[in-house]
Ligand binder design. Sequence first.
Ligand SMILES: [Zn+2]
Length: 88
Amino acid sequence: MRSEKEIKASEALQRRIDGMNKLHTAQVKQICERLGYGFVMQQASLLWGERDYGAAHTVGPSKACTVACGCKVPYECDWCCGAGWLMF
Ligand SMILES: [Zn+2]
């Protein structure tokens, strides 16, 4: 069982992480608005692939061309392979 001091420290850490995530999200949005969301996604995929071949995500089709897979556990799904969506 965690002490009250540990719980408060954990909550403070989570608040810092939340603040950093908001800042990073704002920074990514700013870059995407300037360069284009598709361009940023494509470049991120290429750069990640150069760094960790096989680990990088690929950029998929437009969201408008997909439907929700409907699976309960995406990472175990043979249809969507964890994406949670399918092309139609
Ligand atoms: Zn699925």
